[in-house]
Write a protein that binds this ligand. Structure first.
Ligand code: AMP
Length: 188
């Protein structure tokens, strides 16, 4: 059942995680927790977190774990997260995945769906260039894809043993991807 579900979105930059996570969060009426969005707001507002994160984000590097763990803990402990949540862009490393596991066991919560959005590399680069976000220069895109392969792809192995792991074809119009995700969530 979709109501109250807890989801993790995996997938490379440009796969459509943000778009789909936002759609589903509205549909499920649960918070959409995007570490990338939180960092961008912190950077814009020049908070201490933003100032520490800015250099990493602008170069396509991952920010150090310690900058994110409190952010995730705070969001998951908020009362609105009791109804479920969608994590978009976290975890991105094995150590973040381990942190999340221990946090969730502390909070007596578990993950219902791990969704891997699959999109071929050449489509990703084109989409990212078209998107034109501040950290979407050609050089940064190349670096983000490399970082994804080195540090985030191992999470697929980590999660895919579980029966809640689902790969979804993200190389089609966004509305079709949303429908595929909704049917998945309705099928259980
Ligand atoms: P996103 O919006 O998910 O593409 O994230 C944008 C940028 O924020 C990334 O390229 C990283 O610099 C940083 N970031 C977001 N989530 C994480 C994370 N879980 N761990 C480390 N850095 C992150």
């Amino acid at each position: 059942m979709a109501a109250g579900a807890r989801l993790i979105f995996l997938g490379p930059p440009g796969a459509g995680k943000g778009t789909q996570a936002e759609e589903l969060a509205n549909w499920m009426e649960v918070p959409h927790i995007s570490t990338g969005e939180s960092l961008r707001s912190a950077i814009a507002a020049k908070t201490p977190l933003g100032q520490q994160a800015e250099g990493y984000v602008s170069q396509g590097e991952l920010v150090p774990d310690e900058l994110l763990v409190n952010l995730i803990r705070d969001r998951l402990e908020q009362s609105e997260a009791e109804r479920g949540w969608i994590l978009d862009g976290f975890p991105r490393t094995l150590s973040q995945a381990h942190f999340l596991e221990s946090l969730l066991s502390e909070l007596a919560q578990s993950v219902d769906y791990v969704i891997n959005l699959e999109v071929p590399d050449e489509v990703l680069v084109k989409r990212l260039l078209d998107r034109g976000r501040q950290d979407d220069t050609e050089e940064t895109i190349r670096r983000r894809l490399q970082v994804y392969r080195q540090q985030t792809m191992p999470l697929i192995d980590f999660y895919h043993r579980g029966e809640n792991f689902h790969s979804i074809d993200g190389d089609r119009p966004p509305e079709e991807v949303t429908v595929a995700l909704q049917s998945l969530l309705e099928s259980k």
